[in-house]
Design a protein around this ligand. Structure first.
Ligand code: BDR
Ligand code: CA
Length: 310
């Protein structure tokens, strides 16, 4: 089993990613750290507990980390994910403890283990703060996967910027500049191809009652948003692809490059991918550009519904 920390901002697709991670035998999830993004961090942490409850994994600790981006004011995505962050179902709060000190949890976990990876599904605020506080701890980092950015695909917050890096561009830039490991960038180029459609939802409803009910409920709002906003039937589920790719490298293909994030001005949050090596800088990222969407969906259903889909 590979040890991982999931850093996130739940979020509808973050919640689905948590379901996938906790149902995947390849992973040992040491903890979930939350920062503000889709919703303020305290709300995101409650949503993380709900997802953990849905996979009977309330023993996994949930930590609140940074509540504000490094420099920019916080702009959440409650128009996309709902007022409560998970599709306006306003579930009863899960009766379990939420811990504080997400940044220190990341640092301590890295210091105590030599083989921990991080799957980041939200803005990179917690990671940047941890790096600022104890860069040395990251020498122990195994791999780092980040859902964020975009290469050739258009943005989802501006023509050029993806949400996670747009919310905290200073954190994203800091992490890309300072992380001692190459960042696997799961951007919109690949996640846009991962669409959870009504027919798939109908299919999973035949496999199981509770989990598929939860998935159906939390995605309803998101599906309406996609229809109204982009004319898409179904919803793009970005974050679970980062988990799936961490488990199976064959799901996506890409190339190594040097990447910077625009911190100010009109293009704020944009990922500048130096694919043609203009800057002649050391490659700090592996940019994923192709994905086998069918294979992803198979893994997603197979792991969460324990082979019932086969
Ligand atoms: C990313 O932004 C958030 O709204 C999603 O949870 C995902 O992490 C996609 O741009
Ligand atoms: Ca997210």
């Amino acid at each position: 089993k590979r040890k991982v920390i999931i850093d996130c901002d739940p979020g509808i697709d973050d919640s689905l990613a948590i379901l996938l991670a906790l149902n995947s035998p390849e992973l040992e999830v040491l903890g979930i750290t939350v920062c503000s993004g889709n919703v303020p961090a305290n709300l995101g942490a409650k949503n993380a507990l709900k997802a953990l409850q849905m996979c009977s994994s309330l023993d996994v600790p949930v930590y609140i980390g940074e509540e504000l981006p490094l420099k920019k004011e916080l702009i959440t995505a409650q128009d996309t994910h709902g007022e409560d962050g998970i599709g306006e179902n306003f579930y009863e709060e899960v009766d379990a403890k939420i811990l504080h000190g997400g940044v220190d949890f990341i640092i301590d976990t890295l210091n105590r283990n030599k083989d921990v990876s991080i799957i980041a599904l939200g803005p990179l605020t917690n990671i940047a703060k941890a790096l600022i506080k104890d860069k040395k701890a990251f020498d122990n980092l195994d791999e780092f996967v980040s859902m964020g950015g975009t290469y050739k695909s258009h943005g989802n917050c501006s023509p050029v910027a993806e949400f996670n890096y747009w919310v905290d561009p200073h954190a994203a830039e800091y992490v890309y500049k300072n992380l001692p490991k190459k960042i696997h960038m799961i951007g919109l180029d690949v996640t846009r191809k991962i669409v959870l459609t009504p027919n798939i939802i109908e299919f999973i409803n035949k496999l199981d009652k509770d989990v598929s009910k939860y998935i159906t409920e939390i995605t309803r709002f998101y599906i309406d948003f996609h229809w109204n906003q982009e004319g898409i039937i179904g919803c793009v589920i970005n974050d679970p692809l980062a988990v799936a790719y961490f488990i199976d490298r064959n799901l996506c293909n890409g190339f190594d490059s040097y990447v910077e994030i625009v911190e100010e001005g009109k293009a704020i949050g944009q990922t500048i991918v130096d694919a043609y090596d203009f800057y002649k800088k050391k490659h700090n990222a592996h940019i994923l550009t192709e994905v086998d969407a069918k294979a992803f969906m198979k893994m997603f259903i197979k792991n969460i519904f324990k082979d019932k889909g086969n």
